[in-house]
Design a protein around this ligand. Sequence first.
Ligand code: HEM
Length: 122
Amino acid sequence: MAKTSLLTTQGLRFPPAETKEYVNPDLRVISLEELSWHETPQDCWVVIYDRVYDITDFLDEHPGGSDILLEYAGRDASVAFRGSGHSKYAIRALSKFFIGSLPMHERIFRKPGGYKLSDIPE
Ligand code: HEM
């Protein structure tokens, strides 16, 4: 029987074997198109430095308020995040909300020869 879904019961997306860019089966790859559907206060994803974060549960906790985050719901917030001068603590906090990464061809920071910043969080 043909597989129709890439979603497993764990919610991880396992790629078709023929797609070279999916090298790590534990890494969920989320496109900008998929990201764009998650743009409401009830379901809010953002991209920061090519990584996708589900910050729905963080909206009301954000010291800078939820409105500013919602401006970037379903979008790339890298420049806004960087421009607000977040602390190391804030950068570390990102990992709690990490759900996946952009496909290689949609990345602008984390790819060979991509734009380099000295303090992109690991
Ligand atoms: C999505 C992940 C984000 C996390 C985990 C996060 C976390 C934090 C934290 C912990 C602070 C307290 C100060 C600090 O430790 O740096 C803060 C402050 C702030 N954040 Fe964010 N932030 C995020 C995204 C954003 C975005 C996209 C913006 C857009 C401009 C933003 C704007 C601000 C502003 C303006 C403050 C300062 C609030 C004040 O001091 O009155 N943040 N954030």
